[in-house]
Design a binder for this molecule. Structure first.
Ligand SMILES: [Zn+2]
Length: 190
């Protein structure tokens, strides 16, 4: 397995589902990485029990940082997906010790959306959140079967551009969009 987080390493905490270790490239003096023990590329690929334990473990190591090295706060960060800055294709929670004036800034300029844009997004989200998540497991498992075919690093974009098979995407746009997000992320398994 070429996944960096699946390789054996020295742990500072573990339970049956999760493990935590010191970051190889710490942003601060106390920078811990909390992972599910079983490989999962994104948060959505975890079963609920593991998700629960992952957050409990993050909370535990955060508290340990606050109590042991007496930091003044922590950042608990999840980069979910390559486009969101995830650099290892194994979902993780980064827990950083923080102090006043430690020189680290997470800042962005607030976007100015129109009331119409806000209302549209709010409606889309409410509709999505009202749906049951019954098919989650199916959506996650399907792409794994053809991941080998999709793992060629080059020429993917150009081949995607060719309309070799006309896909009736308009027929079920929302499901297609949902699948493509998970499929995209899962195809990046090393
Ligand atoms: Zn892994």
């Amino acid at each position: 397995m070429s996944c960096e987080y699946c390789k054996p390493r020295k742990l500072i905490y573990e339970d049956d589902k999760t493990a935590a270790f010191m970051s190889d490239e710490p942003a601060t003096i106390g920078h811990l990485v909390v992972i599910p023990k079983n490989h999962a590329p994104i948060l959505e690929a975890l079963d609920d029990g593991t998700t629960e334990k992952l957050f409990l473990a993050a909370n535990k190591v955060s508290l340990a940082l606050l109590e042991s090295i007496k930091c003044e706060g922590t950042n608990i960060i999840i980069n979910n997906g390559i486009e969101a800055g995830q650099d290892v294709p194994h979902i993780s929670i980064q827990v950083l010790s923080r102090r006043n004036d430690d020189g680290i800034f997470f800042e962005w300029a607030g976007k100015k959306l129109t009331e119409e844009q806000m209302a549209t997004i709010e409606l889309q989200l409410k509709e999505e959140l009202a749906k049951p998540v019954a098919k989650k497991e199916e959506l996650i498992k399907e792409p794994k079967q053809d991941s080998k075919q999709e793992s060629k690093p080059s020429a993917d974009k150009t081949s995607d551009a060719k309309p070799a098979e006309a896909k009736p995407e308009d027929a079920k746009p929302k499901e297609a969009a949902e699948e493509s997000y998970l499929t995209r992320q899962l195809r990046r398994i090393p």
